[in-house]
Write a protein that binds this ligand. Sequence first.
Ligand code: ADP
Ligand code: MG
Length: 255
Amino acid sequence: MKPPLLQVSGLAKAFDANQVLHDLQFAIAPGEIVGLLGPNGSGKSTLLNIVSGFERPDAGDIRLDGRSIAALPTDRIVALGMVRTFQLPAMPQKMSVLEVAMAAATGAHGVLATLLRSPAARRAERQGHDKAVELLAALLLAPVSHLPAAAISGGQKKLLGIVCALMAGPRLLMLDEPTAGVHPDLRRDIVQALQGLHARGMTLVIVEHDMHFIRELCTRCIVLDQGRIVASCRPDELASNERVVQAYLGASAKE
Ligand code: ADP
Ligand code: MG
């Protein structure tokens, strides 16, 4: 087996008295597409927040290619090749879809470079533009690329969130509920777009509730329940896994 791309050990997190994650251990190998499942409130988004540097763990370590990233700021983690999307993507509403995608790659450096207008800056800007156009087309946003970001649908904003993440050229992409609120017709396209990224070598971790989507895409599932990993198995093994069934039954009993 190849050495893990991502290794999480002893990870714990509490918000005040609420212990949200308990001593999590898992590894993601290069080339996996891992579905991160679990009832609402089981800690999936918190786990993504911690792994991507948006929250700090109380205990434990996170290694990317064997290097500890648990204390690194998000921009360093992105530069090392790991990017995540958010459940509810936030973006400047007045910029066009294309501008939002381009800004994701250049950020503050890009603004400064554009002001300076050096040949290198112009070259970087052109490369960013071409990459944004290519990714917008791959994620079906070419027809709306000149509209203001405020004018596109919620599902299209999700896709734009994925484009922005991809502008950084990650090796490991983590997606928080990429199909929630997305029109069913678009889901098929998202699956295909993600399969295309995987075919080009990307490793994926996907928080998702749509079982059809998971079965089609994921090579393995990790199931969280109340902040603990209760299963790590193939998608076709989920339905017969007692602890997975219990996790979801327990959650629905509480509702
Ligand atoms: P999931 O994504 O699996 O639905 P979350 O990770 O969003 O679950 O939430 C897990 C638990 O952590 C919930 O009880 C939630 O209220 C709590 N939580 C998440 N983020 C915060 C925060 N920033 N402050 C306080 N509590 C939080
Ligand atoms: Mg969540």
